[in-house]
Design a protein around this ligand. Structure first.
Ligand code: HEC
Ligand code: HEC
Length: 283
């Protein structure tokens, strides 16, 4: 029995196209899901371990002191002093990749973090220890913890865990954040041309940190303006905004019509292309 090599080749070729398209669609899908998915969970408490502080000091001298000064006293460039900013600011600016800057004149924008989580923990430990090291003894906000989310939308009474609800979060968010970040957290522009970033990349700790730190031009929401309860409720609500309920249809990571069109094109053209190949091969 002989094998018809050309027909085997042809059927391979026939399959290769659709398989490649399916692979492409899968890759595109996973990229969309990956960008939609956010790391949740709390960062560890700030380390006061001397080994971490020393490791952080070495990293600081290599990557930060050229702008922020030898012991974070500032003044080298436009970079501010870090002696009293606190662990929340260090963790926020490092975990969102805003620091280190390449150039003091650059805008501190969100990037992929430059350091890994261990290094960030060490740098945060060092910045957190600066008030003691430099003797200013002025402590900025520490990395905030967030109260748990209630399992129902009415808090239990009594409420031993101090849980918060999404409705509380929505109310506080609409009052304090939506004017800049928009109702859906998509971001926008301020009058002076400052860009207000989307909130969809920020994990729950970063949202809480942003409120306590107030990365300029965002205002600070200190515990006297905004209670622990409200801060926690907003932090959960912003996570909820990443994945609101999806009545009807696939969410496709809320990328909207762009990604829907994109997937439509891949699948639609794939089917058309397959059909034309089938018809073509009959002839
Ligand atoms: C090229 C100069 C430069 C380098 C290097 C740099 N920074 Fe900065 N940093 C700045 C400037 C400028 C600002 C103010 C940016 C702003 O407000 O938008 C800033 C702001 C900060 C803030 C916020 C301070 C506040 O008032 O809330 C922190 C925290 C910080 N930097 C930490 C670091 C750490 C840690 C490193 C090293 C890993 C580092 N920076 C490296 C220039 C630099
Ligand atoms: C006056 C406008 C304004 C208000 C009000 C405001 N923000 Fe912001 N927010 C900003 C701007 C501008 C930035 C970018 C700052 C920067 O990159 O240095 C920002 C950054 C952030 C970030 C960092 C996002 C990221 O992915 O890096 C978070 C999180 C955040 N805001 C949450 C909040 C929350 C929660 C509230 C309400 C409690 C709030 N903001 C209120 C303007 C505002």
């Amino acid at each position: 029995m002989t094998v018809d090599v050309t027909s085997v080749r042809r059927s391979h070729r026939l399959l290769a196209g659709p398989l490649a398209l399916i692979a492409l669609a899968l890759v595109a899908g996973s990229v969309l899901f990956a960008t939609g998915g956010v790391a949740h969970g709390q960062s560890d408490l700030v380390s006061t371990n001397p080994a971490d502080i020393t490791a952080g000091e070495l990293l600081f001298q290599a990557h930060c002191q050229s702008c922020h000064g030898y012991e974070g006293e500032g003044g080298q460039t436009s970079a501010p002093a870090l002696t009293d900013v606190g662990a929340a600011a260090a963790d926020f600016y490092l975990s969102t990749g805003r620091m280190p800057l390449n150039n003091p004149g650059n805008e501190a924008l969100r990037h992929h973090p430059y350091f890994n989580t261990v290094e960030i923990r060490q740098l945060v430990a060092y910045v957190n220890a600066l008030p003691e090291i430099t003797g200013t003894n002025v402590y900025g906000p520490t990395i905030p913890t967030v109260a748990p989310l209630c399992t129902t939308d009415t808090p239990p009474n009594p409420n031993p865990t101090g849980c918060v609800t999404l409705s509380e979060g929505q109310r506080a968010y609409s009052l304090n954040c939506a004017q800049c970040h928009q109702a859906a957290g998509s971001g926008g522009m301020l009058s002076k041309g400052n860009v207000v970033p989307t909130l969809h990349n920020a994990n729950i700790t970063q949202v809480a940190e942003a409120m306590r730190v107030g990365p300029k031009p965002m205002p600070v929401f200190s515990p006297s303006d905004m209670s622990y309860q409200q801060m926690s409720a907003i932090a959960h609500y912003v996570q909820y905004l990443h994945r609101p309920a999806n009545p009807g249809g696939l969410p496709i990571s809320h990328f909207g019509p762009v990604s829907e069109g994109f997937i439509g094109v891949i699948l639609g053209f794939g089917v058309l292309w397959f059909a034309t190949r089938m018809i073509g091969n009959r002839g």
